[in-house]
Structure formats: structure tokens, C-alpha cells
Design a protein around this ligand. Structure first.
Ligand code: NIG
Ligand code: FE
Length: 437
């Protein structure tokens, strides 16, 4: 697929007017080179010590050993305007790309949370009237402004943890007006947040109550109303589908992907979260990403390894649902699949804004190394959004989106779990201490 056009920054988030130098960096992780990263490159974070990063007009002008960066002509020419951040004893890496979030919802689902604690499963709770459908009424009633405010608060929490690019899905409106309203809220939040957002239409999350027993009819709402309108109004870059037991089937997903493709939108899918689904019928649409993959069929893995489709693993959901099994990261990575990690931020299965926590889960429960987890959360996340050419690594010409961590060794990023070690982020060449909260 062609590079996705993310929603652009606008006031008060215009690109930096002055150059920015991150100086004296203890460890810089560049992640430069081939993208997406697979084995063996995934194990190499492109570490440079005694490093610096210079950004001019929102783009990286030079990055690497300080001795090299120091030669850049802009340093001398713009000396007076230069803003300098001292990163002595710190780690700098590409800002995290959180490539899977359900950013727009109206309220947490605390009843589901308590029911699960007393033994009910995610699917039992959904069948009893909780789950995704119980988030719908709140979104239908809310106005764009309220939804955007809530989204913006979450984006700030994400940035405080090192995230600078966020994919944001609709999916709790489940009728054309409320799905488009959710996408408008994403566009509104994107205008006000200095990071980058990629909007996704997830009209096919589940069949809403009023269409129960008539899934075909609801699918037509998605393919004939939501997809054309979202495309025409440029409110979405991708179409997603929840393809699993209790949601949509493989044939439904094919129809959605056909409609998305007809309207020039990219595709991605929630697959194999609860049950196994064959992936080959969807592969011909060149999905940017398959997400969850807990129950991926072994025979599909070599197919995935040969393609550009990224496998996005979401261990926050396994953690929050209290599951013993986690997505099979080792099997996928060792077979050569490009693996990404994302939060799956949502009110039902993964209410966390924290990429560092997700990295920690990936290391402790999925046996990914810290270097693999960081590659999955940066350059591979960027590729999962079609943004591999502009995001996810620290290389001249790319967007100046960076995270500064108050740790001496990059392996401490996933090591200190549920901690707050992110000092600040650079988004579009501007430095935001504390992520701008
Ligand atoms: O990625 N599984 C489908 N969608 C979300 C859950 C959404 C919800 O429960 O509200 C997920 O886990
Ligand atoms: Fe999800």
C-alpha cells in the first residue's frame, strides 16, 4: 500500500520554528536501516553512544555520534535560535508508534471489570449485555467536543509515556452518524495534539443491538454508508474489522475489504483473538496489519513472513483479561514475521495508555528481548500504519519525533514496569517535557 497520509498537525501544533539539539545523549537508539525489522535486524536497535540529534523545521537533520552531528552547517548558522536539551546519562529513541487504539469512547466499563474479577469471561459478559455493545449508548449520546476532549486527555497520557504517533479507531457508535462523529472527534483531537494521528473506521466492530439477527443488513450500513462517507470526507485512512466469534466472519471481512479498497482506503483486521481464523482469504488485500493473532494457525505463519503485512501483538488485552496465554511472539518473530506491539487502548480489554508497560509485558510474558520490543513499538508500528518512510527511526529526513527516557541503559525502558521514566517527547521538532500534559 502507498504511504498513508496521517492527519496533519495544525495550530497550536505547528512545526518548530527553531532548530532543536538533543545533546550529550548517553544511548541513542536509531533503529535505522531496513523497515520493517525482522530477525536478525530486530535484535539490533542501532545503538550509538555519545550521540546527538539535530532537528530543523520539524525533520531530523542529523543523528548519530556527536562528533559527526557537530559538523552540520545548521548548528553554526542557527546558533542563536538553537534550543538545546541536555540528555547526559539518558536514552533517546524514536517516539513510540501506538498502531492500535480504540481512542474514542465515553466511559470506562467498570461493571465488566468487576464481573470478570468474580469469574465471568469476556465473551460471557458480552453475551449478558456488557462488552462492546454497552459502550455504544454513551458514544451515541455524546457530542464531538466531549469525545474529542476525552481523546485528547488520553493522547496526553500516551505522550507522557513516550508515544508520538497514534492510530485511532472509531467502533463504539455502530451507526453511520455515530461512527462518523467518532471520526470527527479524532480529527478534532488531531488538530489540537502535536503528535501524529492515523484514523481508522471500525464500523464492523460488532453488530449493534437493533440489527441483531440481521448482520447482512448491518454490513450494508458499513459498506454502503460508513465507508463511502468516511472516504469521501477523508475522515479515515483505514478500515478495520473485528473478525472473530461473536463479531464478524471471514466472508464479511472480505466484503468489507472489497468496499474499503474500492474507496481507496487501506485495510487491517482484528483476527485470531479468541478463535483461529484462516488468514489467506484476506491476504490478497495486502492488509497493513493483522492484530492480536493469539490463535494464529501455524500454517499461516510462513505466508505472513513473506509479506509486508505486520503482525501487531496486543498483550495489554491478555493482561487485563487475566489470561494465562499471551500472543505467540517468539514463533512469529523466529519465523521472520514483522511484529509490532501496541496498547489496544480501549475500555473493555486494555485500558492502558502506556507503551512501556506493553513492552514490559512483551519481555516478561512473550519472551521478546528489550531490543525486539523496542523495534516492534517504533519502526514496525510505523510500518503497520504505512508510515515506515517518515516515522519510527532516527534518520536524517524523517520526522523529528523522539522520546527521552531517564534511564542509562535502553533495557531499563521495559525493566521498570508501571513506572514513569519518560522525561519528555519531541513531536514535529518541538520538545514537550512530560509529554505536554
Ligand atoms: O481489541 N476485540 C475487539 N475489540 C477490542 C475490545 C473492545 C472492547 O471490549 O471494548 C480489542 O480487544
Ligand atoms: Fe482492538
Amino acid at each position: 500500500m502507498a504511504e498513508a497520509m496521517p492527519l496533519r498537525r495544525s495550530l497550536p501544533t505547528k512545526p518548530a520554528s527553531h532548530p532543536l539539539l538533543l545533546a550529550n545523549i548517553g544511548q541513542l537508539l536509531t533503529l535505522r536501516g531496513k523497515a520493517p525489522r525482522r530477525v536478525p535486524e530486530m535484535k539490533d536497535p542501532g545503538l550509538v553512544e555519545d550521540a546527538a540529534v539535530l532537528s530543523v523545521d520539524g525533520k531530523i537533520a542529523a543523528a548519530g555520534k556527536w562528533k559527526e552531528v557537530a559538523k552540520h552547517p545548521a548548528l553554526k548558522a542557527q546558533r542563536k535560535k538553537l534550543e538545546e536539551i541536555d540528555c547526559r546519562g539518558k536514552v533517546v529513541l524514536p517516539g513510540f508508534v501506538d498502531s492500535h487504539t480504540h481512542l474514542v469512547f465515553a466511559a470506562p466499563r467498570l461493571v465488566d471489570f468487576e464481573k470478570r474479577i468474580t469469574g465471568a469471561s469476556y465473551e460471557e459478559i458480552a453475551a449478558a449485555g456488557g462488552g462492546i455493545r454497552s459502550s455504544v449508548e454513551g458514544v451515541r449520546k455524546a457530542n464531538v467536543k466531549a469525545l474529542a476532549e476525552r481523546a485528547l486527555a488520553a493522547l496526553r497520557e500516551m505522550a507522557a509515556q513516550g508515544t508520538t504517533t497514534v492510530e485511532a479507531k472509531s467502533g463504539y457508535g455502530l451507526e453511520a452518524a455515530a461512527e462518523l462523529k467518532s471520526l470527527e472527534a479524532i480529527a478534532e483531537a488531531a488538530k489540537r495534539w502535536p503528535g501524529t494521528m492515523v484514523p481508522t473506521l471500525l464500523g464492523a466492530h460488532v453488530v449493534p443491538r437493533e440489527f441483531l439477527g440481521k448482520p447482512e443488513k448491518y454490513l450494508r450500513e458499513v459498506t454502503e454508508k460508513m465507508i463511502p462517507q468516511a472516504a469521501q470526507r477523508k475522515l479515515a485512512r483505514f478500515v478495520d474489522v473485528y473478525c472473530d466469534r461473536g463479531a464478524f466472519g471471514l466472508e464479511d471481512a472480505v466484503r468489507l475489504f472489497e468496499a474499503a479498497t474500492r474507496h481507496g482506503l487501506g485495510v487491517r483486521a482484528h483476527v485470531c483473538q479468541l478463535t483461529s481464523t484462516e488468514l489467506w482469504p484476506l491476504l490478497r488485500f495486502q492488509p497493513a496489519s493483522f492484530d492480536h493473532l493469539d490463535h494464529v494457525v501455524d500454517e499461516d505463519i510462513p505466508q505472513l513472513a513473506r509479506r509486508g503485512t505486520v503482525a501487531t501483538l496486543l498483550p495489554g488485552a491478555n493482561y487485563f483479561l487475566g489470561l494465562e496465554q499471551y500472543p505467540p511472539a517468539r514463533k512469529l518473530i523466529d519465523a521472520g514475521v514483522a511484529v509490532a506491539l501496541a496498547t489496544d487502548y480501549n475500555p473493555g480489554t486494555s485500558p492502558t495508555p502506556s507503551m512501556p508497560f506493553v513492552l514490559s509485558l512483551a519481555c516478561t510474558h512473550m519472551k521478546m528481548t528489550p531490543a525486539e520490543a523496542i523495534a516492534a513499538a517504533t519502526i514496525n508500528g510505523a510500518c503497520a500504519l504505512g508510515l515506515g518512510a517518515s516515522k519510527g527511526s532516527v534518520e536524517a529526513g524523517k520526522d523529528a519525533d523522539l522520546a527521552v527516557f531517564e534511564v542509562e541503559d535502553y533495557r531499563e525502558v521495559p525493566y521498570w514496569f508501571a513506572a514513569q521514566r519518560c522525561q519528555g517527547v519531541v513531536m514535529g521538532g518541538r520538545y514537550f517535557p512530560g509529554g505536554g500534559r
